[in-house]
Design a protein around this ligand. Structure first.
Ligand SMILES: Nc1ncnc2c1ncn2[C@@H]1O[C@H](COP(=O)(O)OP(=O)(O)OP(=O)(O)O)[C@@H](O)[C@H]1O
Length: 984
């Protein structure tokens, strides 16, 4: 609320009703309007009212044209409840503007202004620290002469122009002469508006110039009251400049709110708002520095002052433009980001609506929960807890962060595993037996062991995780039996090979902190099979790598050991998994290479290899069938005779396993398939060419020695049928048919009869392919040479031994010859890539043979006088082991006694220096190898009798086996035989 009071009724002017005494100058009015518009203040606003009041009242310091023409008016403003009333509404309420006459104030108190000069019409609070000055000010107020001079303080030479609060304080300490010297000459007559504590509010009135110092403390100076130089208010240049100032001010005010605040500190206690006032106004509210402001203050030429002000406000304008562009750029940046954010959110919402949302956290969490739901009851509580924690974490993470992806993948694995989800086990022993027999012939031990396992499961009501290790040469069906066991037990099957595996992380997984971390093989297995009790086949466990970081064998131990694997901890998963229900089946070629702690926990079932008879069965009942089906051939289209199969096994596939046999059978069937297709297409083509071209029975074709030649001829025939069939005169079935066909008078034939004939002949052409002994080579090539049986009749000094290799058993010869003879030349030289153990065996054999000969033939100095050479073919294969000891002695004795050993005899056994025979390994393999080489008599150490007894009857069938403790028994069997018995 604005109230105007007057100290005397004649000097009161009401603001709301303009009285005749109010005088509005044309220039000031226009300025008022201009400024009113540019400040955005309404006529009703207090500031506006104040403008109006003062325009009409004071002309005492006005332009020269108005000077002294109007009486001074004293206005008291009280209770101005508006921010426009000044910097301090309380202070404003105490304002008692008076219009001092210059002659009353020729001597004034000099107040220093540290920051800016005080412009007429503006408020300025200052701090007066000097009590004397303060007292003088209060005194002057009491005396109704509340005026002082406010002068800008010059900077101390060498100091910065912007004073800190420190310098501000020190400014107030300057006194007397020093202060006088530091004051600018031109200042302002300031009304002491209020004094509160040490804060004094000054209102600027008119310009003063110091003429001399009157007293030092407080500093009092004599002053001249300055007036602007007379100017012509209609001067175009002045007008134009002032309008430019106004328009610039308006522009600045539009953009800068800071300026609007400055405007509101304008007190309007200055009388007319005319051109000089406009210049002061512009300079005062600009952000110009104090010297520039002082320059404006000192300028008494109105035009020059306006120009100076224009410069300042223009500069201000530039600054405000820069400020605006900065603000705009920032705003644009922010709004761009906001826009992107909004669009992203919209995109998400659309995706969600269309069900395309993949990354949305809630959708993800819902997906994980849904996946977990069916197994939730069976899921262990510790796993559920981890899942819940991770789900909460997922919600808190930023979707674009890498941590989010890690958590999402982790949750993916955690929720996908078949926690407590077991497949129903089959404990039906009879069904299992049928399945096992369906898939594999023989392998009785393995099948028996599986049936035992099922029986135990049936009685206990639940099965237990076990580790079975199937060992044996390649191709004996270790891997495939694993598959059948899974089928028999109704368990899911998972196979992984650890051959060459050297990284523990393959088994135990990587820690989640690594980029691209994955769980180990076992967790992957559980995810793949979807049940917690699969049969896991770990292939090639004997070929486990050494490991560069950690020991894979130890990691496997944790995985396989039934004591530990109930709480198997994968590094990635980080929660224990129960693997105790998993049935592990490992396969190995050589048990010795399996790390001992692992082997210790396994139940090893050795599969030694197959004898011919077993191979015949496997080939006939399993391999043939599979190969036939794989080639799409019907059983009636082919016949492989027993003789051909036997020849195939004995001459081509003599190794322990049946993989090679399988390959050969597949090869035969592939060739048969090609033949059938060729013949079929040749006949079809002939029909297509409208020529009857019956073919001979295929049986004739397969009798031909060169199948390819026959096939080629057929091809030629087909192509030339339409031209001149008479040209083909070869002896093949095609030739006969062609002649017949060409002889037929085409037009005399009934079409239907011809078609029937064609059909009948085509069927005949692909009727049956017969593979027998005579044409086997056409399918599988010539038989490969087998070094195993080099001699039909072993000569003197040559004995057949039995060896065991990773590929199964094999026979090998030990040959000894005499290199040199002469007194005292007895020595032994050995070759054939023998290892140290075998070389030592040879030495032992040499010594023992010598002592035996001495005993048997004391007069025979053979060993003492002969340099012997012992060789074990094949020379390219490294050999080692002690089991050839007895064979070596026999070979040497045979040479010494010039007597060949018994026919079809093979032996094995380690021998000591005293002639004791020690047990050997691989009895089954060796027996099978001996049978393959058509050995009739075998000598084994007595200690191996038990191993031999366990062999299947068909393996033992027809063999004459002798078990010996001492070499003397071998001597008897090998060298002291009756010639009529052995056929020698
Ligand atoms: N007793 C058998 N009855 C029927 N088929 C058999 C028998 N033994 C092996 N096979 C067949 O022989 C082929 C080779 O067997 P598999 O691959 O299981 O050999 P493996 O012993 O695992 O060899 P490797 O040690 O080289 O891995 C398979 O197709 C398998 O079906």
């Amino acid at each position: 609320m604005l109230k105007l009071l007057s100290s005397s009724s004649s000097r009161v002017h009401c603001l709301t009703t303009a009285t005749p005494s109010l005088r509005v100058q044309p220039d000031s009015n226009s300025v008022f309007h201009a400024l009113g518009r540019l400040t955005g203040l309404t006529r009703r606003s207090p500031t506006n009212s104040l403008f109006r009041a003062f325009f009409c009242s004071d002309s005492s310091d006005g332009s020269g044209s108005n000077s002294g023409s109007e009486p001074a008016v004293e206005v008291e403003v009280k209770g101005v409840e508006s921010e426009s009333s000044g910097p301090d509404s309380k202070a404003s309420s105490a304002i008692v503007p008076t219009y001092p006459r210059p002659e009353d104030y020729l001597t004034v108190l000099a107040l220093p202004l540290p920051h800016r000069p005080l412009f007429p019409g503006f408020y300025m609070p200052i701090y007066v620290k000097d009590p004397k000055v303060l007292a003088a000010l209060q005194e002057s107020r009491k005396r109704q002469a509340p005026y002082a001079g406010a002068f800008l303080l010059k900077d101390e030479p060498g100091t910065e122009s912007s004073p800190s609060s420190e310098t501000e304080k020190s400014v107030y300490d300057i006194k007397g002469k020093e202060l006088f010297n530091r004051l600018h000459e031109v200042g302002t007559l300031a009304q002491i508006s209020s004094i509160q504590g040490d804060q004094v509010i000054l209102i600027g009135h008119r310009r003063l110039r110091i003429t001399e110092m009157v007293s030092e403390d407080p500093l009092t100076v004599k002053v001249d009251h300055l007036k602007e130089k007379p100017y012509d208010k209609d001067d175009d240049v002045i007008k134009a400049t002032s309008f430019e100032v106004i328009s610039t001010l308006r522009d600045v005010l539009k953009t800068s709110s800071l300026w609007r605040d400055h405007v509101q500190t304008y007190s309007q206690h200055i009388g007319d708002f005319n051109f000089p006032r406009l210049a002061d106004f512009g300079a005062a509210i600009s952000g110009a520095n104090k010297l520039q402001c002082q320059q404006v203050l000192e300028e008494l030429d109105v035009h020059k002052r306006l120009q100076l002000t224009l410069e300042l406000v223009k500069k201000e304008m530039e600054i405000s433009k820069i400020q605006e562009s900065i603000a705009k750029a920032i705003e644009e940046k922010i709004s761009g980001e906001q826009r992107r954010y909004l669009l992203n959110e919209q995109l998400k919402a659309i995706k969600k609506e269309l069900g395309l949302e993949t990354d949305d956290k809630t959708a993800l969490s819902a997906k994980f929960r849904e996946r977990l739901e069916p197994n939730k009851e069976k899921c262990p509580p510790h796993v559920l807890q981890v899942i819940e924690e991770e789900l909460t974490k997922l919600q808190l993470l930023e979707a674009s962060s890498s941590e989010f992806n890690v958590t999402r993948n982790y949750l993916d694995w955690l929720t996908v595993l078949p926690w407590g989800n077991y497949s129903d086990e089959n404990f039906d022993v009879l069904r299992a037996q049928t399945i096992l027999d369906e898939d594999h012939y023989g392998l009785t031990d393995v099948k028996e062991r599986i049936l035992e396992f099922i029986a135990v499961g049936k009685l206990r009501g639940t099965s237990q995780g076990k580790i079975i290790c199937l060992s044996g040469p390649p191709g004996v069906g270790k891997t495939s039996i694993g598959r059948s066991i899974a089928r028999a037990l109704n368990r899911k099957f998972f196979r992984f090979s650890v051959g060459g595996l050297s990284d523990v992380a393959e088994i135990k997984g990587h820690r989640r902190t690594y980029i691209g971390a994955m769980p180990g093989k076992m967790v992957q297995c559980l995810k793949n099979v979807g049940t917690a009790n699969p049969l896991v086949l770990i292939d090639e466990i004997d070929k486990l790598g050494r490991g560069h970081a950690g020991d894979p064998a130890s990691a496997l131990l944790e995985l396989l050991d039934p004591e530990q694997n109930a709480n198997f901890l994968d590094h990635y998963l980080d929660v224990p998994i129960d693997l105790s229900k998993v049935l592990f089946v490992c396969t190995a070629n050589v048990v010795d290479n399996i790390p001992n702690p692992l082997l210790d926990r396994m139940e090893v079932i050795a599969i030694a290899g197959y004898i011919t008879d077993e191979k015949m069965h496997i080939a006939r009942d399993y391999l043939e069938k599979t190969a036939r089906e794989a080639c799409g051939i019907k059983p009636e289209q082919v016949e492989i005779t027993d003789a051909a199969l036997l020849a195939l096994i004995e001459n081509y596939c003599r190794e322990a396993g049946v993989r090679n046999l399988q390959k050969h059978i597949e090869k035969i069937y592939r060739k048969i398939a090609l033949r059938l297709v060729r013949e079929g297409s040749s006949n079809e083509s002939a029909i297509g060419g409208e020529v009857v071209q019956p073919a001979e029975a295929t049986a004739e074709v397969v009798d031909e020695s060169d199948q390819h030649a026959a096939a080629n001829k057929t091809g030629v025939e087909v192509e030339s049928v339409g031209d001149n069939s008479h040209e083909h005169t070869s002896e093949t079935f095609v030739q006969v048919d062609t002649v017949q066909t060409s002889d037929l008078p085409k037009d005399s034939k009934d079409a239907t009869d011809a078609e029937k004939l064609q059909e009948a002949e085509v069927t005949k052409a692909v009727e049956k392919v017969l593979v027998d002994n005579s044409n086997l080579a056409d399918f599988v090539g010539k038989p490969v040479f087998h070094a195993e049986r080099i001699y039909d009749q072993t000569p003197v000094g040559v004995v057949m031994g039995l060896a065991w290799t990773a590929m199964g058993g094999s026979t090998l010869y030990i040959e000894t010859t005499q290199v040199e003879q002469g007194e005292g030349k007895g020595a032994l030289h050995s070759t054939g890539q023998l290892g140290d153990v075998m070389k030592e065996s040879a030495q032992i054999a040499h010594t023992l043979a010598r002592s035996i000969l001495q005993e048997k033939e004391p007069d025979n100095p053979f060993f003492a006088n002969s340099k012997l050479h012992l060789h074990v073919p094949a020379g390219a294969t490294p050999k080692d082991g002690p089991s050839a000891g007895c064979t070596m002695i026999t070979s040497m004795l045979s040479l010494a006694m010039k007597k060949p050993v018994r026919k079809d005899l093979a032996m094995t056994g380690e021998v000591t220096l005293t002639g004791r025979i020690l047990p050997i390994g691989g009895v089954k393999e060796k027996t099978i190898a001996a049978r393959r080489s058509e050995v009739k008599t075998i000598i084994f150490p007595s200690a191996n009798r038990r191993d031999y007894d366990e062999l299947a009857p068909n393996v033992k069938e027809g063999l004459d086996v002798h078990f010996v403790d001492d070499y003397s028994q071998i001597f008897k069997l090998a060298l002291e035989y009756d010639n009529s018995d052995t056929g020698n």
